[in-house]
Design a protein around this ligand. Structure first.
Ligand code: NAI
Ligand code: OAA
Length: 335
């Protein structure tokens, strides 16, 4: 029995994500919450012939508390998306930080043991916000909090398969994408791809591939031309990550995925990774082994090329600032 809850369920990501979760046979309950339209989305999904019983709530009458009651997995795609010219880490933060803080407060009181999957941008800051709220309520378990960076992994698989000239490979191509989730903080470790890049790939082609993975979001924002950012590919990625986690908490062994986590979730406190990074970061995205408690082990980066080492180095200052921005937002006495 797994109850999944989507906060922001009526949005561009929320609706297709809820559809994909409804299609997951391991999910037996699906709770939808948004400030608009959830009764309609829930009624629509409830006619699909899969096990999950669907309920939809709005804020009045304690809707957030009701939807979160008995939640096992809570996915958060609530918040505003980008338009052309808008920066993830600054412009979106101003609005989404407060939304995520309030939803995290609801989780801390109504579902303190739930696994929390944060999609709302900027992920590098919203994950620390959720952690700080949970800490304030004395219910923070770092093993249960995840920033969803799966879209970067999905893009890397697709773009590598394209370069290999065979899109049918994209489901099996696995590229660890580490760091964070915005621009230069996104670091694809292409040397560790399950399917090696063509030997004749030039440096220019390699650099263009790295850039495309780092700025894949821009490609979609530009093409949507004012109508928002990635929603369908994000819903796919979010559902993939949720499905992996649900399999792992159900006892399946050998499940792992890159995800943005608090390094204290690792049994060793993430010391080996911090040593590799040469920096005492509290959060980083890397391949995480998942288990019944959530994070079972946070993997180190392994062997990197010189180019990858440079990318990791370039990611750290922005990542550190983004993390601190999230932490400070909750620490601020003005709130
Ligand atoms: N982690 C990732 O890889 C990605 C993250 N995103 C982020 O996901 C977020 C959502 O994007 P979209 O679905 O395209 O936006 P959207 O505007 O289509 O949907 C957002 C939904 O959140 C709802 N919402 C706003 N305040 C709320 C609150 N307090 N409680 C509950 N629901 C609330 C809105 O009513 C709306 O239905 C954005 O921040 C976007 O940047 C987008 C793509 C990829
Ligand atoms: O770029 C954006 O605004 C949305 C996002 O996170 C992505 O597409 O990876």
């Amino acid at each position: 029995m797994v109850k999944a809850v989507v906060l922001g369920a009526a949005g561009g990501i929320g609706q297709p994500l809820s559809l994909l979760l409804k299609a997951n046979p391991l999910i037996t309950g699906l709770g939808l919450f948004d400030i608009v339209n959830t009764p309609g989305v829930a009624a629509d999904l409830s006619h699909i012939s899969t096990p999950a019983k669907v309920v939809g709530y709005l804020p009045p009458d304690d809707g957030l508390k009701k939807v979160l009651t008995n939640a096992d997995v809570v996915v958060i795609p609530a918040g505003v998306p980008r338009k052309p010219g808008v920066r993830i880490s600054y412009d979106l933060f101003k609005i989404n930080a407060g939304i995520v803080r309030d939803l995290a407060t609801g989780i801390a009181t109504a579902a303190p043991k739930a696994f929390i999957l944060v999609i709302s941008n900027p992920v590098n800051s919203t994950v620390p916000i959720v952690a700080e709220v949970l800490k304030k309520h004395g219910v923070f378990d770092p093993k249960r909090l995840f920033g969803v960076t799966t879209l970067d992994v999905v893009r890397a698989s697709t773009f590598v398969a394209e370069i290999l000239g065979d899109l049918s490979l994209s489901k099996s191509v696995a590229v660890p994408v580490v760091g964070g989730h915005s621009g230069v903080t996104i670091v694809p470790l292409l040397s560790q791809s399950s399917h090696p890049l063509p030997a004749n790939l030039t440096t220019d082609q390699y650099e263009a591939l790295v850039k495309r993975i780092q700025f894949g979001g821009d490609e979609v924002v530009k093409a949507k031309d004012g109508a928002g950012s990635a929603t369908l590919s994000m819903a796919y990625a979010g559902a993939e990550f949720a499905a992996k986690l649900i399999r792992a908490i159900g006892g399946e062994k050998g499940v792992s995925a890159p995800t943005f986590v608090n390094l204290s979730a690792d049994p060793s406190g993430g010391e080996a990774l911090k040593k590799e990074l040469g920096q005492d970061l509290d959060y980083f995205s890397t391949v995480v082994e998942l288990g019944p408690e959530g994070v079972a082990k946070i993997n180190t980066l392994g062997s990197l090329t010189d180019a990858e080492t440079a990318l990791v180095k370039a990611a750290i200052p922005e990542l550190a600032t983004n993390i601190q921005t999230g932490v400070s937002f909750i620490a601020s006495p003005k709130l």
